[in-house]
Design a protein around this ligand. Sequence first.
Ligand code: AMP
Length: 503
Amino acid sequence: MHHSDFESLGLMPSSLEALRHEGYEKPTPIQSATIPSLLAGRDLMGCAQTGTGKTAAFALPTIQRLIQNPAKRQPHKARSLVVAPTRELAMQIDASFAAYSRGSEFKRACVYGGVGKVPQIRAMERGVDVLVATPGRLLDLKNDGAIDLSAVEIVIFDEADRMLDMGFIHDVRKIIAMLPKKRQTLLFSATMPSEIEELARSLLSDPLRVDIEPEKPTIDLITQSLYYVEKGCKRDLLVHLIKELEVTRAVVFSRTKHGADRIAKSLHIAGIESGVIHANKGQGNRTRTMEAFRAGETPILVATDLAARGIDVDDISHVFNFDLPTEPETYVHRIGRTARAGASGFAVTFCDTEEKRLLKQVEHLLGTTIPVIKVHPYAGVHRAPTEEELRDKMFEDRSRDRQRGRGQSQGRGRPPAPSGERRATSGRPAESRPSSGGQDRGRQAIRPPSAPVRSSTPARPAAPQHDAPRRDVPRRDAPRHETPSRSGRDVRSVIDEITGRRS
Ligand code: AMP
């Protein structure tokens, strides 16, 4: 049976009130598929990522089970534990527990690295109902005697594949070994590499399995566009588009930390202030940047993929892919930052000559091509790279090599798309894509190749011409593109299958 309202899921009145306060009208597919079973104490293997509403799916039943089975809090002990890969995600989960336990007496603590331990030790002194933690700091505080995991009744591992990527799997195993045998266990992972399958087998007992793909429902609401642009002109094009398009709040994704800093610097020179987050920024700095972004004080955020993982800010109007990601799935994660909670959004991607291979992989994953904006002030503009840009490129190449080395050793990710397998079904006129390899042909350079393009926008830039219909067109009921990823089934059919099987 498909539950179409929160009341029918068996949630307690204070949770329903908290949900009303959040403004949620009906459960997302993962919520209706999991909440009744989780309330009954069942284990869960959830294949789902950020944006599906999975946090509420695990937080609401956890809160309810603990409140309905009261137990005395004990010093240093947590009744439930959530393990998450990044500080940002941990903080966000903690904030979700705060929101969903509104009106109840529910004690929380959140521990992560990069900040002082003392406040975290204090928070655990009298024990908590939920502890949200990153693996390293959790083990650290456990070794210090500040945390005791012997009373954990419910444990949730969030973004398990990311923990694997980040090298936390041994820490995760150590944490598991410290937990009581009798407990409820939930495991969430966006992808299922063999290590995660194995972990699930050893960790879960008769779990409910739920597979939710957020790509399709989200992607339908996003207007995607592609700009072919020389590497040396990307920053100028970004400045131009931020000024030209109705950007209210945007995330600019950079493949590298160094690149992110350079983007922010050129935006600053052009009079556009932005925040930057990447792994080299201190935690205090990252928190402040995120707060300013969330509050709309700095509406542009420049981020690397790792730092941006798990960031959940509503009303992001645009996502800019300054660089194409090395893993095609990352493209979907990135653009999913816009069009949250049913809103529409724009995803703008830059592609230089060297990135065409990466673009092909993305389009193969999407099962469609991204509409190309052919006319823009930097179309076909060539410019010799400056010394600074050559240095950037060296940094990027090095870090890409490092990333590749890692990717291969983990055996994750999708194999590159065989060329020619792309299906042009996006509803865009066939001629809007330049013929193979010749997007510059027949296009006039608006500046002589020797004249460097400065960060100011040309006096009269050509207005972007969208081949794709804008805001009004992508609708939930629009025909969906078939996605070759994972199973290719749509979310509803997955849910129907699960709930049908269970009811
Ligand atoms: P998550 O996948 O848990 O990161 O949640 C993604 C976003 O969806 C967050 O902004 C939540 O606040 C929001 N959200 C979760 N459940 C619902 C719901 N039932 N209705 C509307 N928004 C929701």
